[in-house]
Design a protein around this ligand. Structure first.
Ligand code: NAI
Ligand code: MG
Length: 371
């Protein structure tokens, strides 16, 4: 059983943090009998420099064929003046669009050693481990009609109207609901669906279709429903009540950013985007840290590789069906943090005693070996 990976380090610290992930992949290959085929290619500014496009057709075709794409980050000041269609971000957007990655996964995990970095009190977040699944390819960011038009109706000061449309088909809701239930089966087996069925028809349909998928396909997974505004409140009041949260594009955008603040540094946050199951049953998948290319610290060995390493842990769990290996890797990260090892982003003012990107990667590999 081989596991195919396409590594796209991208720009800036993308390449620096991805080098540490490669060490982790090698470790699992050498020590846990996992077979990986790993290919490397270019995306973003790096791809533009090489062949004048932020993602070549060849790279796109490779991404479609592998079990998991691991991406670092794209962008940088060097590319800020490029034409819109050539910008590094377009490479990432093309991957997401052509792979049809409709489920965006944002975990919020709080390692005990970093609980004081949270915006909330330690006793509310210590040990937190939740997963927000945001629908990514439909909803109000895409629905028609949209635009800014003249509106000369009486009493409208300014004379214009801005229009966006929330539109979800039952099929779009069912497929992201399936993703959420599949993920829950690999976690704590609980899904909470969030919408505003009290004031939105698309919310009523959302609730009905998620319930339908549950009743017909995943009756053994615990399902609850919550209005999204209450969900936002519960997320900061008692976030540990949740396991998997599934919600639409707009609410998911907001709720996942709020959840990110439960855990602290941008350098710690992984993500994944999943699409439809392929012929081998695995979902189309792209894993990437939430952070960008961080030009302000590029080339200084300061980048925290943990977000990218935890993104690979997600690949182990959700693409390669190795939850055991994912937990082992997360435990190694936890141990290194508990031992007090910190990259500069985790040391607070002054940044004293920070270790480098590669020292952090090496420490995590050493922790894997010593467990
Ligand atoms: P950023 O995430 O790159 O950096 C924000 C701040 O967090 C910076 O001070 C940076 O040094 C710090 N930071 C980020 N990741 C870190 C890590 N792993 N370890 C330690 N510190 C870290 O966001 P920014 O500055 O808004 O954007 C920089 C470039 O990245 C832009 O070109 C932007 O378009 C691009 N970008 C790319 C993304 C992607 O590839 N998915 C996402 C966000 C931004
Ligand atoms: Mg956002």
């Amino acid at each position: 059983d081989t596991n195919s990976i396409l590594i796209l380090p991208g720009d800036g610290i993308g390449a620096e943090v991805m080098a540490e992930v490669v060490k982790v992949i090698d470790w699992f290959q050498d020590n846990r009998g996992m077979a990986f085929t790993v290919d490397h290619d270019l995306v973003g500014g790096a791809a533009y420099d090489a062949h004048g496009k932020p993602l070549s057709d060849e790279t796109m075709a490779k991404a479609q064929a592998v079990d998991a794409v691991l991406l670092g980050a794209v962008g940088g000041p060097k590319y800020d003046d490029l034409d819109f269609s050539l910008k590094p971000e377009r490479g990432l957007l093309r991957l997401r669009k052509e792979m049809d990655l409709y489920a965006n996964l944002r975990p919020a995990q709080c390692f005990d050693a970093l609980a004081d970095f949270s915006s909330l009190k330690r006793e509310v977040v210590a040990g937190l481990d939740i997963l927000i699944v945001r629908e990514l390819t439909s909803g109000i960011y895409f629905g028609q009609p949209r635009g800014i038009e003249d509106d000369t109706s009486e009493g409208n000061e300014g004379g214009r109207v801005g229009i966006n449309t929330q539109r979800y088909t039952s099929g779009e809701i069912r497929r992201v609901a399936r993703s959420a239930f599949e993920l829950a089966k690999k976690r704590d087996n609980r899904v909470c669906s969030m919408e505003k069925a009290n004031v939105m028809e698309s919310g009523i349909l959302w609730r009905q279709e998620v319930q339908w998928v549950h009743d017909n396909e995943y009756p053994d997974v615990e399902l609850s429903h919550m209005y999204a505004d209450n969900g936002a409140m519960q997320l900061v009041r008692n976030p540990r009540q949740f396991d998997v949260i599934v919600t639409d594009n707009l609410f998911g955008d907001i709720l996942s950013d709020a959840a990110a603040m439960l855990t602290g540094s941008l350098g710690m946050l992984p993500s994944a985007s999943l699409g439809a199951p392929m012929a081998n049953g695995r979902p189309k998948a792209l894993y990437e840290p939430v952070h960008g290319s961080a030009p302000d610290i590029t080339g200084q060995g300061k980048a925290n590789p943990i977000a990218c390493i935890l993104s690979f842990a997600m690949a182990l769990r959700y693409s390669f069906d190795r939850g055991d290996a994912a937990s082992e890797l997360e435990a190694a990260v936890e141990k290194v943090l508990a031992d007090g090892l910190r990259t500069a982003d985790l040391t607070g003012p002054g940044g004293g005693d920070a270790i480098s990107t590669s020292q952090m990667g090496d420490s995590i590999v050493a922790a894997l070996s010593s467990a």
